[in-house]
Design a protein around this ligand. Structure first.
Ligand SMILES: NC(=O)c1ccc[n+]([C@@H]2O[C@H](COP(=O)([O-])OP(=O)(O)OC[C@H]3O[C@@H](n4cnc5c(N)ncnc54)[C@H](O)[C@@H]3O)[C@@H](O)[C@H]2O)c1
Length: 429
């Protein structure tokens, strides 16, 4: 089938490449000329497992092309995916400027029946909003439907998630559009929920906010574990066996981050506010999260016995492992605060250094973890990259001024580190 995606970021690029891999003809459009040039040459501007090979293969076989010409992409497609960013505005609401602009671009390019699919995370009511903008901006009438199809992929495993979705949600008032969407996703084996657009939009926020709530709840319990002398790892293990609770998202750490959870929590809070509902629980989730970031700063400050002029080694800057994305990363927060308080922070990350250089002008960057550890009084592990578990800690011990590890991800082996001579501190244990 003929599809296009508008916006080739984490979601759009994965969606476009995977739809092409499934045998569709896909045009991926973006207004960022440099990005499109680089993608057309087969260079992927983000780090995402398996993606490069899929893009390369589908560029070669002609299933995937890249363009800056949204008009051409839309007019040649029956399915048009909107996958642009919806960042927070000053009040915490989702800023719909990109979505609105794309809706106007689509309206001008429509040429026959088209299903317009919103994959961006947007407030309740946005399907109707896009429909209205298109109706108002169409130079001449063409039949179209707007569908809400929220995306649940996770950065780091995005290709796998797209190909093996936990569920496919289609929010549509049009039976014709819902049927066409069902045909498009025919190759994917997943429960399919066809519902109204408002419920589909709400499913996305409610899901992300629920997961964020689990993280904040776990961190709150972890803080209590520290106070009473329990180990959060044991506690969550004992909780997770209960099928009603499950093991996922019960990891204590520096709090949630990334381009989705914080922004989607703020957006749902704004939706609640605008609809007269006092969502106190969600306010608590965000408060616990910010306090948790700050607690990590305090842990490092205590371990370093003050921060002014102290050398800190920061391992990890991505918001989680297996991605180069640093948007709202807890690691970025912690490093910024350490620098603000006078520490000299040397950062290493396997994939995110390039992004971090712009965001963290006050830090310095190492080309490997050993260089980052040299002369440090504290090693702060901030992102749970696998490679950090397997470092030569004996060598690191010899490089550091004082052998102190603050493991904000609880991913290292305290017994092994203590045996080597480190002082080890985790979260909630
Ligand atoms: N990143 C995730 O893990 C994830 C997961 C699920 C849902 N989402 C949602 O998907 C949406 C996109 O997220 P992302 O992380 O892929 O964003 P992103 O910032 O990585 O990419 C957005 C892309 O859209 C392009 N763009 C913006 N306006 C445009 C326009 N008018 N015309 C053409 N291109 C335009 C930008 O140049 C950019 O390349 C957001 O609403 C996000 O909340 C993201």
């Amino acid at each position: 089938m003929d599809c296009c995606v508008i916006g080739t970021g984490y979601v759009g690029l994965v969606t476009g490449a995977c739809l092409a891999e499934l045998g569709n003809h896909v045009i991926a459009a973006d207004m960022d000329e440099q990005k499109i040039q680089s993608l057309s040459a087969g260079h992927i501007p983000i780090y995402e497992a398996e993606l490069e090979a899929i893009v390369e293969r589908n560029l070669k076989n002609g299933n995937l092309t890249f363009t800056t010409e949204v008009h051409e992409a839309v007019s040649e497609s029956e399915f048009v995916f909107i996958t642009v960013g919806t960042p927070s505005d000053a009040e915490g609401r989702a800023d719909l400027t990109n979505v609105d602009n794309v809706a106007r671009d689509i309206a001008r390019a429509l040429d026959g029946y088209t299903v317009i699919i919103n994959k961006s995370t947007v407030p309740v009511g946005s399907t109707k909003r896009v429909q209205r903008i298109i109706e108002e901006s169409m130079p001449q009438y063409h039949e179209f439907d707007v569908v809400s199809n929220p995306e649940f992929l996770r950065e780091g495993t995005a290709v796998f998630d797209f190909m093996n979705p936990s569920r496919i949600v289609i929010g549509s008032d049009s039976q014709k559009a819902a049927m066409r969407m069902t045909e498009l996703y025919h190759g994917l084996n997943a429960p399919l929920l066809v519902t109204d657009p408002v419920s589909a939009e709400m499913i996305k926020y409610a899901s992300n906010v629920f997961l964020a709530t689990k993280v904040s709840y776990t961190n709150a319990v972890a803080n209590l574990c520290e106070a009473v002398g329990a180990d959060i790892r044991e506690v969550t293990l004992g909780m997770g066996y209960d099928e009603r609770i499950g093991f996922e998202f019960l990891k204590a750490g520096p709090g949630f981050g990334g381009s989705c959870f914080p922004k989607d929590c703020r957006a749902l809070l704004a939706i609640a506010r605008e609809n007269g509902y006092d969502f106190e629980l969600l306010e608590g989730v965000l408060k616990v999260n910010l306090e948790q970031h700050e607690k990590m700063v305090e842990k490092v400050a205590r371990a370093a016995e003050g921060l002014e002029g102290r050398r800190i080694c920061a391992l990890g800057v991505a918001f989680k492992a297996n991605t180069d994305d640093i948007r709202e990363s807890p690691a970025v927060y912690v490093i910024k605060r350490l620098v603000e308080r006078g520490a000299s922070v040397m950062v290493y990350d396997p994939q995110a250094i390039q992004n971090a250089r712009v965001e963290l002008p006050g830090a310095t960057f190492a080309s490997d973890p050993y260089e980052a550890a040299e002369g440090a009084v504290v090693l702060a592990l901030l992102t749970e990259w696998d490679e950090f578990k397997w470092l030569d800690y004996e060598r690191i011990l010899g490089l550091m001024e004082t052998p102190y590890v603050v493991d904000t991800r609880n991913c290292l082996d305290p017994a092994m580190l203590r045996k080597l001579g480190f002082t080890y501190e985790g979260v909630g244990r």
